[in-house]
Design a protein around this ligand. Structure first.
Ligand code: PMP
Length: 407
C-alpha cells in the first residue's frame, strides 16, 4: 500500500525482534500502548547519560541543556498538533491526568447545579469518572450521547441533547474499544452553536493521522505519549489560550508559582501554571523524539497500510464461525474487537499468548459500552505501522487453534 516499507519500520523497534513462548512475537495490543523505536529509547538514555538535570532552575550548563531540550519538545508538540503557541501545550502524565485537570480546574470553577456535561456511550473510563467526580461536587449532571449497534455515535440525538444547560461536551476522537472515528468536527460546530465547550480525547487518534486542533476548533485536546511510540508517564493537554488563562491551577507546588507568601501566592504564566513539581523531563524528551520519528514517516502511506491491514483482518474475521464483530462502523481505525460464541475472551487471550500473539482481552476500560453490547469484554486486535499481513495470518491461525481447543 503506497510503497510503505513495513520491514524498514519494524527494524526500528527492538522489542519486535523476539520470541514469545517459542514463537516470533506478533504484537497486536497497540491501542493499549505502542512499542518504542530505537530513536526514542536512545533519546531517553542519552538524556540520562549526558544531560540529566532539573529544568528551569539551575544556573549551570546541564540545567540549561535539559531545559532547552524540554522546551524544544514542547514546540515540537505544538507544531505537531498545530497549536497556536507552545504555551498552550501543558505536560501531564497522560490523557487521564489531562482530562482530570480540565474537569477539576475548569469544571470546578464553572459548573453549577443544573449544568450538563455530555459524554458518549463509548468513552474510556478516564473520560467518564472525572466528570462524575466534579458533578458530585458541583451538582452538575453527566448525560450520555447514544451509540448505535454498529458502534456509531448518534449525531442526531446529540444535536437534540444540546440545550442551554450543556456547558461542555467531552468525547473521544476515536474509540479505544471499537476503533470508531467520531465526527468531532461536526460535533464541535454543533456544540459551539449551542454555547458549549468541547474537549476531544485524542488518545486513540493521535497515532493514526495528523491532528490539527485549530482546524477542528476544539477547546481542549488530550493525548498520551505512549500511544504515539513515545514513553509512558507523559501526556498533553492542549487548550484554547483564554480558557487556560482563566482556569485556576490544578495542583500547587514548585514551578507553578510566581511568588509565594503566607499572605497570598500568585501563579506563574502558561504553561507553567499547570505544571506543579519536577516534570517527567526524560518522558518529555522521549516524546519529542517520537514526534521526530513520526514526522520522518510518510503518514499517508502509513495510514493506508493500517487501513489495508484492517480490511484484510475484517475479511478473515467474517470467515470464522461463531465470531461476532463488536463495532462495525465503516469509519474506523485499525482495531478489530470481537467475541467468539461460547468462549470467554480471557481464555482466548491466554491461548493466543501461548502462540506468541499479544491481544487485549477484557472491557477495555469501557464497561458501559460492554454492557450495551451485553458482553463481559472482547478480544481486541489493534494494528499500527509495524504490523504486517503475516501478523493477521498468525492471528487467525492462532484463533483457529484456540477454537479447536476450547470448543
Ligand atoms: N482515552 C482513550 C480513548 C484511551 O484509549 C485511553 C488509553 N487506553 C485513555 C483515554 C487513557 O489514557 P492514559 O491511560 O494514557 O491516561
Amino acid at each position: 500500500a503506497g510503497g510503505f516499507d513495513v520491514e524498514r519500520v519494524r527494524a526500528d523497534f527492538p522489542i519486535l525482534q523476539q520470541q514469545i513462548n517459542g514463537h516470533p512475537l506478533v504484537y497486536l495490543d497497540n491501542a493499549a500502548t505502542t512499542q518504542k523505536p530505537r530513536a526514542v529509547i536512545d533519546a531517553i538514555s542519552d538524556y540520562y547519560c549526558y544531560d540529566n538535570s532539573n529544568v528551569h532552575r539551575g544556573a549551570h550548563t546541564l540545567s540549561d541543556r535539559a531545559t532547552a531540550k524540554f522546551e524544544a519538545a514542547r514546540q515540537k508538540v505544538a507544531d505537531f498538533v498545530n497549536a497556536e503557541t507552545p504555551a498552550q501545550v501543558i505536560w501531564t502524565r497522560g490523557t487521564t491526568e489531562a482530562i482530570n485537570l480540565v474537569a477539576a480546574s475548569w469544571g470546578g470553577a464553572n459548573l453549577k447545579a443544573g449544568d450538563r456535561v455530555l459524554v458518549s456511550a463509548m468513552e474510556h473510563h478516564s473520560n467518564i469518572v472525572p466528570w462524575q467526580l466534579v458533578a458530585e461536587k458541583t451538582g452538575a449532571q453527566v448525560d450520555v450521547i447514544p451509540v448505535d449497534e454498529s458502534g456509531t455515535l448518534d449525531l442526531k440525538a446529540f444535536a437534540l441533547m444540546l440545550d442551554h444547560r450543556v456547558r461542555l461536551v467531552s468525547v473521544n476522537h476515536v474509540s479505544n474499544a471499537l476503533g470508531t472515528i467520531n465526527p468531532v468536527a461536526e460535533m464541535i460546530a454543533l456544540a459551539h452553536d449551542a454555547g458549549a465547550l468541547v474537549l476531544v480525547d485524542g488518545a486513540q487518534a493521535i497515532g493514526h493521522w495528523a491532528v490539527d486542533v485549530q482546524a477542528l476548533g476544539c477547546d481542549f485536546y488530550t493525548f498520551s505519549g505512549h500511544k504515539l511510540f513515545g514513553p509512558t508517564g507523559i501526556g498533553v493537554l492542549y487548550g484554547r489560550r483564554e480558557l487556560l488563562d482563566a482556569m485556576p491551577p490544578y495542583q500547587g507546588g514548585g514551578e507553578m508559582i510566581e511568588t509565594v507568601s503566607f499572605t497570598g501566592t500568585t501563579y506563574n504564566q502558561l504553561p507553567y501554571k499547570f505544571e506543579a513539581g519536577t516534570p517527567d523531563i526524560a518522558g518529555v524528551i522521549g516524546l519529542g523524539a517520537a514526534i521526530d520519528y513520526i514526522n520522518a514517516l510518510d503518514r499517508r502511506a502509513a495510514a493506508a497500510h493500517e487501513d489495508a491491514l484492517l480490511a484484510y483482518a475484517r475479511d478473515r474475521a467474517l470467515q470464522v464461525p461463531g465470531l461476532r464483530l463488536i463495532g462495525t462502523a465503516t469509519n474506523k481505525v485499525a482495531v478489530l474487537s470481537f467475541v467468539l460464541e461460547g468462549v470467554h475472551p480471557s481464555d482466548l487471550g491466554m491461548l493466543m499468548d501461548q502462540q506468541g500473539i499479544a491481544v487485549r482481552t477484557g472491557h477495555h476500560c469501557a464497561q458501559p459500552l460492554m454492557d450495551q453490547y451485553q458482553v463481559p469484554g472482547t478480544v481486541r486486535a489493534s494494528f499500527t505501522i509495524y504490523n504486517t499481513f503475516e501478523d493477521v495470518d498468525r492471528l487467525f491461525a492462532a484463533l483457529d487453534k484456540a477454537r479447536g481447543m476450547l470448543l
